[in-house]
Design a binder for this molecule. Structure first.
Ligand SMILES: [Fe+2]
Length: 336
């Protein structure tokens, strides 16, 4: 018997409707929940502790260079050092200056794993995510942007993922701009299946959490007077390693390191590609070659479904690749 059917039987035995597990949300099919308030599949809105979020916001806004990442990124990749460890910044769109700034070593991973644990997210979503022992945190990010020109609708995970993996996004503060530049998503009427575009407004102390089947986009717009819209983002889900192949289609290019369902912190597909290029360059240097690089190295473009057959590559990243030397960049494996 599958986990979902077991859960359904358990609920019917106890006469507990699924929606009691999460207000307004009910299980409608294996791996598919319908949220009647938001009128969409596999999406939840939850409260998050404001005091913990203030801590995270302090880390972001204090003298670390996160806020400058947008203005300062001359290349698609950069590394940011902070008091809790290194982060890896990645520009992922031409229609927005959005940057994903992911934990990039064990220290920063552990720092945000502690935040994840204190927010009790594994416990809160244990009834949604099929798992064996505990839900696993895969990666943590700051998501940062000041403008977006057009919609880019997507689902974070491929349909086979169901609710095996989830994404959580919560703003670090309330934004001045309220009318635009939040979240657009495809709503669906559960009875008629009629569909329309709806919007979700980010609020401090609230997080939106979603799995596959939730189609969404940054809402076009810009921060008031250039205000930076910064978010904390977690990706997390099942601890069953056999599910990673499908989940990796999304998560293997979003960061340079990633924790697998089995808890091992390893290089992602993107991380391995960077290693490969760095090592090739080192080898060439060691052999005394002075190769003239005719074209820039290409790395997998972070995004949704990027790590698969229609893989998209982003040229650039020289700034990052030039940094290795004796630094740990290009030697991340030794750090894990
Ligand atoms: Fe997304």
């Amino acid at each position: 018997m599958g986990w979902v059917s077991m859960q359904r039987n358990f609920q019917s035995l106890l006469r507990i409707p699924a929606q009691m597990c999460e207000a307004d949300v009910e299980l409608v099919a294996p791996g598919r929940y319908y949220n009647r308030r938001l009128c969409a599949d596999n999406v939840w809105e939850i409260d998050v502790c404001s005091d913990i979020m203030d801590e995270v916001a302090q880390l972001f806004h204090e003298d670390s260079p996160f806020a400058e990442v947008i203005a300062g990124m001359k290349e698609p990749y950069d590394v940011i050092s902070t008091r809790v460890g290194d982060f890896f910044a990645q520009r992922v769109s031409w229609d927005s200056n959005i940057a994903w700034v992911s934990v990039d070593e064990e220290a920063s991973f552990r720092h945000f794993a502690d935040v994840f644990q204190r927010l009790r997210l594994a416990e809160r979503f244990a009834h949604v995510v099929p798992h064996t022992r505990n839900l696993q945190l895969y990666s943590s990010f700051f998501v940062v942007r000041t403008w977006c020109k057009s919609h880019n609708f997507h689902q974070d995970y491929k349909p086979p993922v169901g609710t095996d993996a989830l994404t959580l996004i919560t703003p670090l503060r309330d934004f001045t701009e309220k009318e635009s530049f939040h979240l657009t998503y495809r709503a669906r009427d559960a009875t008629s299946d009629r569909r329309w575009d709806s919007r979700y407004e980010y609020r401090k102390g609230k997080a939106i959490v979603f799995g596959s089947q939730f189609e969404h986009s940054t809402e076009p717009g810009e921060g008031h007077n250039g205000e930076c819209h910064a978010f904390l983002c977690f990706t997390f889900g099942t601890d069953e390693q056999s599910r990673w192949t499908q989940i990796a289609r999304t998560l293997d290019t979003q960061s340079r390191i990633v924790a697998h369902p089995n808890g091992q912190l390893v290089l992602s597909h993107l991380g391995r590609e960077i290693e490969r290029i760095v090592n090739e360059q080192r080898q060439a240097a060691d052999e005394g070659e002075h190769r003239q690089v005719e074209s820039e190295p290409s790395l997998p473009l972070g995004g949704y479904g990027a790590a698969e057959e229609e893989e998209v590559f982003l040229s650039g990243g020289y700034g990052l690749l030039r940094k290795p030397g004796e630094e740990k960049h290009g030697l991340i494996k030794a750090e894990l």
